[in-house]
Design a protein around this ligand. Structure first.
Ligand SMILES: [Fe+2]
Ligand SMILES: [Fe+2]
Length: 470
């Protein structure tokens, strides 16, 4: 286990003092990062004391230290998971050879692109969420939002470290660009569409952390297998932090469901209009939010059939998540049959890896849905939540712009257009959700549309003042 050196200007466990050039380059980037946080981070909360978790070592147990600090004082730094002695490449054509400690020249631009694309999502989500503090449903939730925000900031550091340490001048330029693009900016948007969608309400935040952070988990898992060892170690440590983001999503939606069921019980009715009038989110409305964010996040995996994914796998850059679980790590002979609007198509497995990844992602997404449905069933309601088909509302791949219903069936184009506002949040749905969003900052209190969580943070009571605003 390696401890993190907090005495340094940039906390790290990569012996930054031993590399003066790199240290100076990163110290030059640091004020730019802090300026970005000041301008694009959580607005108007710089003075607040937040009960935050900070990494102090990188082993699985006990790496977190809790304390109330101002967010601009958070110790963002560079933390890599401990090296695996004699690590070998676990897949692709170079399988069995020693993992790379440097970037091979022939893969330099592809690796840089993978790192920049991952890195771009981290500050993007902070930007998307920057105004949510003004409508938090409780101090507990406000603290969780800020915890996610500072960790996404650190994930940016993780990627910037790789760019500075291994990609020379190009890497340094890319690191500047990561602060220059902004979510939703007309001229310089973030790279991926989902990260330009505004997140202006907390229902969207819970869906985003459930679906989109989980895409992040799967991307990080596949990069954690990379032959490029510094990337693997960086991603492995990021995954430990990422788990909390999905926890916020899953429990957030659970609490919305719980509150909805309570109101249904009080009213003795499941009429959406009456539930909304009572200030709660009706389950059909929640289903529309799930449809929107799930379909939007599915596009992040790319096309079903992709020569890039084949090359990345064959070259050892990016594997399947949990590559160990598969029997064949070379995939020279394997094939997969995919359903396209034109019928079944059999393609080499190597070209279908985005789809393999998407399917394991969807299985992971199902776990929470089952849990939510169990609580709905226990409450005696017939309603069931579900994930939309992976063909629904896609913008990338074989099913892009096809008139498909959430069950995955091709339907008439005009019927599709007429039905879509009933499947994803309409303008009036969004207006209703926004009308629920009022800041609740009295310790222990919750907004009326969400149930309290089962427990507080780090064994503290729910009434703890997780954010001291003044
Ligand atoms: Fe992240
Ligand atoms: Fe995240």
């Amino acid at each position: 286990m390696s401890a993190i050196d907090y005495a340094e200007k940039i906390p790290n466990n990569v012996n930054l003092v031993g590399d003066r050039t790199l240290q100076r380059a990163l110290e030059h980037w640091q004020p730019h990062f802090l300026q970005w946080w000041h301008e694009m981070g959580p607005s108007d909360f710089e003075g607040a004391q937040v009960y935050l978790r900070t990494a102090i070592s990188v082993d699985a147990q006990g790496w977190a230290h809790y304390g109330a600090i101002r967010m601009p004082d958070y110790r963002w730094g560079i933390f890599l998971a401990d090296p695996v002695a004699d690590r070998k490449i676990g897949f692709g054509e170079a399988m069995g050879e020693a993992a790379w400690q440097q970037v091979p020249g022939e893969y330099r631009s592809t690796l840089r692109r993978l790192i920049v694309t991952q890195g771009d999502t981290e500050p993007a989500s902070v930007e998307q969420q920057r105004r949510l503090g003004h409508t938090c449903p409780s101090l507990y939730d406000l603290r969780n939002l800020f915890q996610i925000n500072v960790e996404e900031g650190r994930h940016l550091w993780a990627m910037v470290y790789l760019l500075h340490a291994y990609f020379g001048r190009d890497g340094r330029e890319e690191a500047e660009q990561l602060l220059a693009r902004h979510s939703g900016d007309a001229d310089k948007p973030r790279i991926l569409t989902t990260f330009n969608e505004p997140i202006s309400d907390w229902l969207s935040l819970y869906c985003f952390t459930y679906f989109t952070d989980r895409d992040g988990k799967y991307q990080l898992k596949s990069l954690a297998e990379s032959a490029f060892d510094p990337l693997s170690r960086t991603c492995r440590f990021m995954l430990t932090e990422e788990a909390h983001h999905m926890f916020v999503g899953e429990t957030g939606i659970s609490r919305v469901v719980k509150r909805s069921l309570e109101v249904m019980n009080e009213l003795g009715s499941d009429d959406p209009a009456r539930i909304r009038a009572a200030g709660a989110v009706d389950l059909p409305l929640l289903q529309k939010y799930l449809n929107f964010w799930c379909s939007s996040s599915l596009d992040l995996f790319g096309s079903e059939i992709s020569s890039n994914s084949a090359a990345n796998f064959a070259n050892g850059l990016k594997a399947r998540p949990d590559e160990d679980q598969y029997p064949d790590h070379v995939l020279k002979e394997a094939s997969l049959t995919l359903q396209t609007p034109q019928g079944a198509e059999t393609v080499p497995m190597l070209n279908a890896l985005n789809e393999v990844m998407r399917e394991s992602y969807l299985k992971d997404c199902e776990i929470g849905v089952k849990r939510w449905n169990r609580s709905i069933e226990r409450a005696g309601s017939q309603f069931r939540l579900s994930l939309p088909s992976s063909r629904f509302r896609r913008s990338i791949g074989a099913w892009a712009r096809q008139p498909v219903n959430p069950q995955g069936n091709l339907i008439d184009q005009s019927l599709y257009e007429k039905s879509l506002p009933g499947w994803i949040p309409s303008e009036s749905d969004k207006a209703f959700v926004h009308s629920l969003m009022h800041q609740v900052i009295e310790p222990g209190r919750m907004a009326g549309w969400i149930a309290p969580p089962e427990r507080g943070i780090n064994n503290l009571p729910l009434e703890h003042e997780y954010v001291k605003l003044h």
